[in-house]
Design a protein around this ligand. Structure first.
Ligand code: TYM
Length: 323
């Protein structure tokens, strides 16, 4: 049996990139009977950016509701909030002591965030070791992630191997799982979709807000309505391909090429595909968000099971260290 583990930060409500790049594939894997899965909400990682308790809590609920709305079965998986299993911070400290400072300075995600964010704190810098602890604390074999997390996975493998080499076999060295077709979901500006870049397609948002964002944020060229257009390379078409059926995608491509079909029509079709295509998930999301008690109960159940696995692993590490 393979152990699968993955996490999502609670910096906001999950967007299309998180959902197609991480949540949906992770649920598919988690529900396969040969796998045992640990899925969690990385609220401690979010603390590097979000400093208001109420916002952090609300975001955590939104991430939990998104997993559940996409059909996660919490009987078949261990579903928990990172901060409920605080053992992870102890392991993160140990790992920090076994990883060269110099290697941390090479992290792309730190450099990228340090260039953009005002609050460049120490947590942001040692972020990869907390992530490594998330994974190593549960003896995970496979970690499904988007392409942007590959360097973090490399660091996890690296610190696990360094520790094993110095202190004797202790950690399972995990492997990443990246799906080709959903590797990197583009945002409304064609760059990687990311909350911190403000280019997200928020499928749980209210339709009028969604419409406003699609109309305002997706930039199109000025080709007149009646002229033929090239679908390939257009942000609208690329996003549409991710959310619409093959037949509808072929129809949009044909209409664009034929002329007499404007980018405004394509934007409308994209909005409809999101609102109608994810109608049941949107409904489920709202239902969970209106019952925080039920969300808390799900997460508490998961935390208990997670702790039962984490404790013996941590004891193994303490013994190796000599404590
Ligand atoms: P986070 O919260 O930024 O993203 C969660 C997951 O969504 C994927 N993702 C995307 N995939 C495709 N296209 C996109 N535009 C896109 N944007 C995000 C990410 O690759 C990720 O898989 N550090 C992690 C959270 C984390 C974690 C872990 C993950 C903490 N501990 C342990 C795995 C294992 C993060 O910031 O992901």
């Amino acid at each position: 049996m393979a152990r699968i583990l993955t996490g999502i930060q609670s910096t906001g409500t999950p967007h299309l990139g998180n959902l197609l790049g991480a949540i949906r594939p992770a649920i598919e894997l988690a529900h396969q009977s040969e796998n045992e899965s640990f899925l969690f909400i990385a609220d401690m990682h979010s603390l590097t950016q979000v400093k208001e308790g109420a916002t952090l809590r609300e975001n955590t609920y939104a991430v939990a509701a998104a997993w559940l709305a996409f059909g996660l079965d919490t009987e078949r998986t261990v579903f928990y909030r990172q901060s409920d299993v605080a053992e992870v911070t102890e392991l993160a400290w140990y790992l920090n002591c076994f990883f060269p400072y110099q290697r941390l300075t090479l992290a792309h995600s730190f450099k990228d965030k340090a260039d953009r964010l005002e609050d460049v704190n120490g947590g942001l810098f040692s972020y990869p070791m907390l992530m490594a602890a998330d994974i190593l604390l549960y003896d995970a074999d496979f970690v499904p992630v988007g392409k942007d997390q590959l360097q973090h996975l490399e660091m996890t493998r690296d610190v696990a191997s360094r520790f094993n080499h110095k202190m004797g076999e202790t950690f399972v060295v995990p492997k990443e799982l990246v799906r080709d077709e959903t590797q990197l979901i583009p945002g409304l500006d064609g760059e990687k979709m990311s909350k911190s870049k403000g280019n997200t397609l928020d499928i749980f948002a209210d339709p009028s807000a969604l419409k406003k964002r699609i109309n305002k944020e997706i930039v199109t060229d000025a080709t007149p309505l009646e002229e033929p257009k090239t679908p390939e390379g257009s942000v609208i078409y690329n996003l549409y391909k991710l959310v619409a059926s093959n037949d509808d995608v072929a129809r949009m491509a044909e209409s664009l090429r034929a002329g007499g079909y404007g980018w405004g029509h394509a934007k409308k079709a994209l909005l409809e595909a999101v609102v109608d295509g994810f109608a049941s998930e949107r409904e489920e999301f709202n239902r969970w968000m209106s019952d925080k008690g039920a969300l808390d109960a799900e997460l508490a159940k998961g935390a208990k099971r997670a702790q039962e696995v984490a404790q013996p692993v941590l004891n193994r590490v303490r013994e190796k260290i000599g404590f």
